[in-house]
Design a protein around this ligand. Structure first.
Ligand code: ASP
Length: 336
């Protein structure tokens, strides 16, 4: 895996051109991630106002182009765009001319002809956002999740949540944009998870120590170049952690029997109440959602105070405001 830190930063650093798309965490590098986190602080403040709205993207149009199911990512981007005063167009494959045989390229070019500034693309095919970016002449493309491949804004909101929740904790040796010294385990269905791929890139770029915990059948066929350790023993790893990050079992992507049974998976890799007690008291419990309660995480563990799953969702709106602002920003003062 290419080290994210080798890549140029996002945004308007001296001498750097503004970045047009956000397709992969690797596009950002550590500096770019830190810039998004910094800008997110402003939008968290905006989100806490009585009227959580700024005119930063007035006159701009953002389209959510979703070919795959989504609850939080789509609503989060649309909320973020509205809070920046952008106009929002919603495309849903299920009720579109895709059902009449229209190609992806024709769909994309039709939408661009209406005059748009940004497109958030979610698609079951890995690489589709890169293809869309090649077809569009003007608009910025944001990857809202492509197949098993990447989900960069999920990784950004996860980095934001961890850095801000651990600020001041002994585990947190670095500054507000750093995860140096932080020990994170990503547990479960790594093989089918775009969240895991983007999170590994982002967490390691910020200096975290990442361990993947999964049965061999739920790991990718090759981990060559992944800056991670691997374990099959969740009970041994839990006491060492600052963050445990559970993944959903992506049964819709499993084309073969990869598990003996859900019960056995939960018994070995699920964060049950008993197992959660092995975590240090101040460790965070995270999950990208949607949660399969009782499978990868017990319902009572998902609801306990150290679980920050809803905080992740709330931060997601502010992070996506930051991303939209950095890519499409009209230069209007954020404080206006
Ligand atoms: N919501 C995340 C995604 O779109 C995680 C999941 O679906 O399990 O990848």
């Amino acid at each position: 895996m290419k080290a994210a830190t080798d890549l140029p930063p996002v945004g308007r650093h001296a001498g750097q051109p503004a970045r047009r798309h956000l397709l992969s965490v690797a596009d950002l590098g550590a500096d770019g991630i830190e810039e998004v986190l910094r800008v997110t602080d402003s939008f968290v403040e905006v989100s806490g106002r009585a009227i959580p709205k700024v005119p930063a993207l007035r006159g701009k149009t953002v389209v959510s182009l979703f070919f795959e199911d989504s609850t939080r990512t789509r609503l989060s981007f649309e909320t973020a765009a509205r809070r920046l005063s952008a106009d929002v167009m919603t495309f849903s494959a299920a009720s579109s001319s895709v059902n009449k045989g229209e190609s992806l390229r024709d769909t994309v070019e039709t939408i661009e002809a209406m005059g748009i500034d940004g497109v958030v693309v979610r698609h079951a095919g890995s690489g589709v956002p890169w293809q869309v970016a090649r077809w569009l002449r003007q608009a910025a493309v944001i990857n809202g999740g492509d197949g098993w491949h990447e989900h960069p804004t999920q990784a950004l909101l996860d980095c934001y949540t961890i850095t801000r929740m651990l600020a001041g904790a002994p585990a947190h040796e670095g500054g507000p944009g750093s995860l140096a010294g932080v020990r994170i385990a990503i547990v479960g269905d790594i093989r089918h998870s775009r969240v895991a791929r983007s999170d590994v890139l982002a967490f390691s770029a910020l200096g975290a120590h990442v361990t993947l915990v999964a049965p061999p059948t739920l790991l990718p066929p090759s981990l060559a170049g992944w800056p991670v350790e691997v374990s099959h023993d969740l009970d041994a790893v839990l006491p060492t952690l600052d963050v445990v990050y559970l993944l959903r079992l992506q049964q819709e992507r499993m084309r073969e029997a990869l598990l003996p049974s859900l019960r056995e998976y939960t018994a070995t890799y699920g964060l049950t109440s008993t197992r959660a007690r092995l975590l240090p008291d101040d460790a965070l419990i995270m999950h990208p959602g949607p949660v399969n309660r009782g499978v990868e995480i017990a319902a009572e563990v998902a609801d306990q105070p150290s679980s920050v799953i809803t905080r992740q969702v709330a931060n997601g709106v502010a992070v996506r405001m930051a991303v939209l602002y950095l890519l499409l920003g009209s230069g209007v003062d954020l404080a206006a």
